[in-house]
Design a protein around this ligand. Sequence first.
Ligand code: GLN
Length: 196
Amino acid sequence: MIKIGVLALQGAVREHMQSLEACGVEAIAIKHKEELQEVDGLILPGGESTTMRRLIDKYDFMDALKGLAAEGKPMFGTCAGLILLAKHLIGYNEPHIGVMDVTVERNSFGRQVDSFEADLAITGVADDFPAVFIRAPHIVDAGENVEVLCKHNGRIVAARDGQFLGCSFHPELTDDHRITAYFVEMVKEAKQKQLV
Ligand code: GLN
């Protein structure tokens, strides 16, 4: 049985768990770093990246999160979660977890447009994915091994860097589970590889 964790320090946790369950895998809310040892992959939800970072430090999660990445376990960052995964952040000297080879800008769709919805064509996922953006970041630059999965108005809003998947929007706020299903496939493939 595949087990996927959802980092449960802050943000949209329950909706991600429901989406994972709809995809037929076991979902666990990760509240203690030790629980990361049980999972085959991890979702980092949307919320507020600065608050999540504060809680990551407070509960001593950073080494365990970097360790999970080093083990090759797939990690999926949505919105604030993408900010946590990025290797480079515009306006910051240091990244947070810093494992996905992208440069991300926070709150980059402008203050006027706090939130909006768009139907997106996402490579390998859907032609018409209903995406909800809330004070969303976007990917300004992607490393050479990064596969750009989706652009919206010329901006990269979904990408994959090997074991890492990131998107600017909140897939868990709709009943469309196709991007979660895509991540579940990444986790299954990674687990398969570890078994052989
Ligand atoms: N603006 C938030 C941040 O910078 C992200 C917003 C979200 O996750 N919906 O962390």
